[in-house]
Design a protein around this ligand. Structure first.
Ligand SMILES: Cc1cc2nc3c(=O)[nH]c(=O)nc-3n(C[C@H](O)[C@H](O)[C@H](O)COP(=O)(O)OP(=O)(O)OC[C@H]3O[C@@H](n4cnc5c(N)ncnc54)[C@H](O)[C@@H]3O)c2cc1C
Length: 368
């Protein structure tokens, strides 16, 4: 029986597809619940509207994988809907992208209904350190929760706060490296958000995100303005990655009248700032540097990591590859265990998990 390691987005999708194809899988989940980071997410599953924009915004990615995700996503979302997933929005709310927003809890329930007959929780050390005898789909969600691997590959100036499930500590990556797998470029890249430098928990991962770098002046604590607002990408991933490399992985967003009045979806920046934890709102007189004229508010932020962008090198069948481009027999990686989709920019992790989860399952089923 094939083994699926991880019951987040990619693992649940792979298991559901395998069952549909008459090949039930043994699903093993390390955490105390299923759903992975997907369950915590806004659950907007999207692709760039235009292929050229995807290539331009993620120029370091593997074009074959990008094409796979871009071309297969719409039918993959329809497949989720055919299983019973109920769209909350039929569009993404962003004119650059197309896709759907689903309800994460309902999506997990849908995938479990169509997916594994059984799954086991709390499976630490699930991997046998030898060539897999049964096909093995690694869907462990990358290495964002391992401060050791984050330090090794991403080298932030200080530990990053985790804005994701706590179990994705790189088990899939380490296992596959032992098997001779190759990694992609972009191992030093990640998707994350600048978050208030204050306590926050899982329930606030979305609401506490300070997604207005493009309306702010961005300083580090030495007083250096290290990122120009007109360079901030629409996803703001680039300013978050830059913040990670500044002293203590922190930034100060300074806002003037115009900045505070700008809108981010249904709120003004001023409203977002007011809702930020008080510990992160810094009186101008307490800033460690002199603010520029016109500054009305300052927020101290810390870079957080949601998921890694680099990962295992896979082909369009989600088979894990060696450096010489040959596939490791029976070993697959789906979701953000695989790298090479969003390198250089930002793309939907859920789309990557959905399309690669399906590709892995289809290939595994063909072997059965
Ligand atoms: C707050 C937030 C908002 C987000 N919003 C969006 C969004 O709107 N759109 C979007 O596209 N993406 C979004 N994301 C990112 C998205 O959730 C991830 O990219 C996606 O879940 C990746 O899928 P995955 O299957 O690779 O990993 P996950 O869904 O995280 O699943 C990995 C699973 O593997 C398990 N695991 C780890 N190690 C092992 C092991 N050794 N054995 C067994 N199981 C293991 C983990 O416990 C977890 O359940 C968001 C994430 C967060 C946290």
């Amino acid at each position: 029986m094939p083994v699926v390691a991880g019951a987040g987005m990619a693992g649940l999708v792979a298991a559901a597809r395998l069952r549909e194809l008459g090949v039930p899988a043994d699903v093993r989940e390390k955490g105390t619940r299923v759903g992975g980071s997907m369950l915590l997410s806004s659950c907007v599953i999207w692709r760039h509207r235009e292929w050229e924009d995807f290539r331009r915004e993620c120029p370091g990615g593997d074009e074959r994988l990008q094409r796979l995700v871009w071309e297969r996503l719409d039918e993959a979302i329809e497949w989720l809907v055919s299983l019973g997933a109920m769209p909350v929005w039929d569009e993404t709310g962003n004119s650059r992208t197309v896709g759907k927003r689903l309800d994460p809890k309902q999506l997990v329930e849908t995938l479990l209904r169509g997916g594994p007959n059984e799954y086991s929780l709390g499976c630490e050390g699930i991997f046998i350190r030898s060539e897999p005898t049964e096909p093995l789909v690694l869907a462990t969600g990358g290495f964002s929760a391992s401060s050791e691997l984050v330090t090794r590959y991403i080298s932030p100036a200080a530990p990053l706060r985790l804005r994701a499930n706590p179990w994705s500590t790189g088990d899939g990556l380490l296992y596959a490296l032992d098997m001779g797998a190759a990694v992609t470029s972009g191992m030093d890249e990640f998707y994350g958000r600048n978050m208030p430098d204050a306590p926050w928990g899982e329930d606030e991962f979305v609401t506490a995100s300070q997604l207005y770098g493009r309306f702010a002046r961005v300083f580090d604590e030495t007083g250096e303005e290290f990122f120009r607002r007109d360079e901030v990408s629409w996803s703001e991933t680039n300013v978050v990655q830059a913040t990670a490399r500044r002293p203590r992985a922190r930034a100060y967003y300074l806002l003037d009248e115009e900045g505070l009045a700008a809108r981010v979806r249904d709120r003004t920046v001023g409203e977002i700032v007011e809702a930020a934890p008080p510990e992160s709102r810094v009186p101008l007189s307490s800033l460690p540097f002199g603010p520029p004229p016109g500054t009305l508010a300052a927020v101290r932020l810390i870079a957080s990591i949601t998921h890694t962008i680099g990962g295992l090198r896979v082909d369009e069948r989600a088979r894990v590859l060696r450096d010489d481009g040959t596939a490791i027999d029976g070993l697959y990686a789906a979701g953000v265990d695989a790298g090479g989709v969003a390198t250089g920019g930002y793309a939907s992790g859920l789309a990557q998990a959905l399309v690669l989860g399906l590709a892995a399952a289809d290939d595994v089923a063909q072997r059965a």
